[in-house]
Design a protein around this ligand. Sequence first.
Ligand code: ADP
Length: 272
Amino acid sequence: LPESNSRSTSQHIPKPSPEHNVTVVDARNISKSFDGMPVLKNVSLEVRKGETVSIIGPSGSGKTTFIRTLNGLETPDEGYIKLNGELSFRKDPSQPNLKTQLPQGNQIKNIGMVFQQFNLFPHRSVLQNVTLGPRYHRFGSAQELEQEALSVLEKVGMREHADKYPHQLSGGQQQRVAIARALAMKPSIMLFDEPTSALDPELVGEVLKNIESLAREGMTMIIVTHEMAFAQRISDRVVFMEDGAIVHAGTPPEIFEHSDEPRVNRFLSDFN
Ligand code: ADP
């Protein structure tokens, strides 16, 4: 094997038989402007079940805005989004007679999102933060929901802190609770929006470790991140965005080792 190949093989974690033939997210030609400034220009992305897709690129390139359109936190000006095969958003200005379809609540709850700022409810305990969503959606009895909450907290190593309040936790621990809270909704896909950029450097690793184990378990995920080594290690595919568009996409070796796209290389060289 050429040297670059053997290196990439050892860095890239193979996953057990992901069901890559099922499409979970199908976003097509998503465009959006803020105050007349185009922020997304015809962005299309398909994500298959079990895939981990990282979105990288310079600040302001539209990465966050794009993933927020997927769960209805931003409304595109144009484009369509299918989640698990069902249309969740459609708007086509060239066909004014076609009714605009807006995101539906029950499709949105199928998407878990973890934000840069952990956004936990400050006056609720860790356990209550995790059970609130499932309780609201009546996923089960109070006792069942508590058991399930404890088991997702266990997964992120936070079970022993179930009775604490957010202010008693480190940023890394709060973010792990935020991950558990999203998982408690049994999402078919998890979106991570720069999940470690608000953390002190020594706390980044524990959160990345949780995300990495989700990837290994076959969770479908889209991760906006500036952690390049992490993206390289866990992604099935890496998408590079610049100036509101997907400029390049490929496997980690294609992006990180032998990309011939100058904009990607210029961006990556800033990290070395
Ligand atoms: P990235 O995640 O790549 O850093 P963003 O999606 O956060 O990029 O932002 C893309 C552009 O959209 C930036 O110029 C940003 O200032 C602008 N933007 C994002 N959200 C809003 C908003 N709610 N109102 C106005 N401009 C916004």
